[in-house]
Design a protein around this ligand. Sequence first.
Ligand code: IMP
Ligand code: MG
Length: 180
Amino acid sequence: MLNDDIEKVLITEAEIKYKVHELGGIISSDYRGKDLVLVSVLRGGVVFVADLMRSISIPLTIDFMAISSYGPSTETSGVVKVLKDLEENIYNRHVVVVEDIIDTGLTLGYLLRNLESRKPASINICVLLNKPARRIVDLPIKYKGFDVPDLFVVGYGLDYQQNYRHLPYVGILKKEVYEI
Ligand code: IMP
Ligand code: MG
């Protein structure tokens, strides 16, 4: 059932499910025999990592970081503050950073530098959504779900003012929601 505030579904629940299983299969074979830790970014990455981890068939651990970027609600400034750090030591381990979306790349760029300073054995990025139109920091994205156009999307972890994260699909909000 469609949420009243959603103009259009961009990626359906079934499409996401299929893609997440595909990514889980690839990660399972890429990291077989390796000490894998999924690092998810609160809060947007939570839905994706919860599904992704269950489609990975090799041993793994998960950990979380919470970061905030300063600036207007729908823009990223690149000035990032760590609100919650990892619990685990990632030294010499194989890290996959799991994020909901990469837009300008500023947030992930910062996070990557931060994690690299802890000397993991390897570090790769897994994003559900890639919005290439506004990229400022060019990052190597090893695992990607979908490319999306330069529109503000919500659902499957992504929010607008903390709402809509629970929607099982990715959709575009109605204009009047922003204009209130
Ligand atoms: P970046 O630093 O510009 O790559 O932005 C990444 C963060 O901005 C994501 O983790 C989201 O929290 C947020 N973001 C960027 N685009 C969208 C969108 O279309 N919908 C919801 N959040 C977004
Ligand atoms: Mg986020």
